[in-house]
Write a protein that binds this ligand. Structure first.
Ligand code: CLF
Ligand code: SF4
Length: 505
């Protein structure tokens, strides 16, 4: 780290709590899937937004419309050939859309994926560096279907001058990427910005960016918009600083903080990638999220989506809805809306029923202080294709969700990507390699829950200390995790020595 003392920019908080300020109560953790305790109007805003509610991401889908190609800043983790790293994993956007095309695409996806609740604009550049295209798109969707939530992601430089228009259009969810509140650190991430028709470099540019971000955040909160802050964790540049960022954004009323790992691959041609800057390890990321979590609700289920992503988080159905394909699709939108409303109402009913069941299943039966002190936590990997259920065949899983079971209950920790084990009859030679990489990705997990698994992967995982378990197929994930944890406890497999218990605490 740079030893020089840095000046943190913090615009005095002018926004007070009030009914429009959506600060959640401590422990209400939208990032934890437990949304109880939130005021009803906030609960209504997040309950079917897959990014703002961890629980919703099992049930509802989102789509991004790639209408915003230009950007007004430079980030060292971005190469314009690729999606905006604010909201995407690297990969070219298949097609940049004009507003009319984007509106038609959104309505067509709503017809094909009735679970889709949110349309976001997240690049491939910056949504507000392309205001004409962005607002024309939002306006068109709002006119055609007021039931779709509108969501926007921005670097924040041009945010203050657009807050009124966002509010007028009913954009209820805005993400600002804030990587630093210290211009010295900011300049190491953002080498220049475009400001008042000129390039402003280094510290001066970073200072303007930070001020605009904070001003935009305050203005949105004042108007009752739910603000999520994304931060890219960059080891040895802003990793230790992000706790300070978390504190500041919470103070200013941000609803949720999403710390994402730097994606740094030389093949992407970014400055950081080409200069050997590494991304954080899973352990570093998890530790920082825990540290920030003391101040703030943390998002742990982000998939760093493409700027043209379509579907549930973690899946990409963009190809099904390319311009070429959707142009031929006939559309009776009254029917679409009716079907969508029915599907979403039945999902909400299932979620409510599950909530009514309460915590009885996912917490331990009674307080047993001695057992709790000496019972160790266990990480479990889960193969799911949505719905909050253990319902994916191991061979078809492209990612695993990671849950931590403790005597106090079950907590979602994040996800790990995996290569497809069953990718067709011609891919048999790759399977050993795929299994080896899955074992590496899940090396800290002791159990793998899935709907089914073949004998070969079973043996390899078991030998690596990751016990496959298909007995809870189609069960709710948290119930299944807790049931296996109880079995392990009953078998005496979770006992710790007092010394281990202290270390664990
Ligand atoms: Fe898109 Fe972002 Fe809206 Fe979600 S994504 S604009 S808030 S609808 Fe979500 Fe994707 Fe993570 Fe973004 S998982 S990258 S946080
Ligand atoms: Fe790239 Fe997004 Fe940064 Fe612009 S704001 S340079 S598009 S990562």
């Amino acid at each position: 780290m740079d030893p020089k003392p840095h000046r943190i920019i913090e615009i005095p908080v002018t926004v007070q709590g009030g009914c429009s300020n959506p600060k959640p109560s401590a422990g209400s953790g939208c990032g934890t899937g437990q949304n109880g305790g939130l005021p009803a109007h906030i609960q209504a805003k997040i309950q079917d937004h897959p990014c703002y509610s961890e629980e919703a991401h099992h049930h509802f889908a989102r789509m991004h419309l790639a209408v915003a190609p230009a950007c007004n800043i430079q980030c060292h983790y971005c190469n314009r050939k690729y999606d905006c790293s604010n909201e995407s994993r690297p990969g070219v956007v298949s097609e940049v859309l004009k507003p009319a095309q984007a509106i038609h695409k959104a309505l067509t996806v709503a017809a094909g994926i009735p679970e889709m609740t949110v349309v976001g604009i997240a690049g491939p550049g910056d949504a507000l560096a392309n205001p004409t295209r962005t607002f024309a798109t939002f306006r068109g969707i709002r006119e055609q279907d007021p039931g779709i939530k509108l969501c926007l992601s921005t670097n924040g430089l041009a945010l203050p001058q657009h807050v009124d228009e966002l509010v007028a259009l009913g954009v209820d969810h805005v993400t600002i990427t804030i990587n630093s509140i210290d211009p010295e650190i900011g300049a190491r991430i953002h080498p220049w910005i475009l400001w008042e028709r000129r390039r402003v470099f280094g510290r001066e540019g970073a200072e303007i960016l930070i001020r605009q971000q904070q001003k935009g955040l305050e203005m949105l909160v004042e108007q009752g918009v739910l603000v999520k802050v994304n931060s890219v964790m960059i080891p040895d540049i802003n990793d230790r600083h992000l706790k300070e960022v978390s504190r500041m954004v919470k103070e200013k009323g941000a609803f949720l903080h999403n710390v994402m790992p730097l994606i740094s691959d030389p093949a992407h041609g970014t400055y950081f990638g080409l200069n050997g800057r590494r991304g954080p390890t899973e352990a570093e990321l998890s530790a920082l999220r825990d540290e920030c979590g003391g101040n703030m609700n943390m998002m742990r289920h982000c998939r760093q989506c493409r700027a043209d992503a379509v579907g549930m988080l973690g899946e990409d159905r963009g190809e099904e809805f390319s311009l070429e394909r959707i142009d031929q699709a006939p559309l009776n939108y009254d029917v679409v809306r009716e079907r969508r409303d029915q599907v979403q109402a039945s999902i909400r009913e299932r979620m409510a029923a599950r909530k009514r069941q309460g915590d009885t299943v996912t917490s331990m039966p009674s307080a047993r202080p001695v057992a709790q002190q000496t019972t160790r936590p266990v990480l479990m990997a889960v193969a799911t294709k949505g719905g909050g259920l253990v319902n994916q065949h191991f061979g078809y899983a492209r990612e695993f969700l990671i849950y931590k079971a403790t005597p106090e209950g079950v907590r979602f920790e994040g996800h790990r990507r995996a290569d497809l084990y069953c990718s067709g009859p011609d891919a048999c030679n790759d399977r050993t390699q795929v299994l080896a990489s899955t074992v590496r990705a899940l090396e800290d997990c002791e159990v793998l829950l899935c709907a089914r698994i073949g004998i070969e992967p079973w043996s390899v995982l078991e030998a690596a200390g990751i016990m496959p378990n298909g007995e809870h197929a189609m069960a709710p994930i948290e119930d299944a995790v807790m049931a296996v944890y109880r079995e392990m406890m009953a078998a005496g497999r979770l006992d710790m020595s007092e010394r281990e218990a202290i270390q664990c605490a």
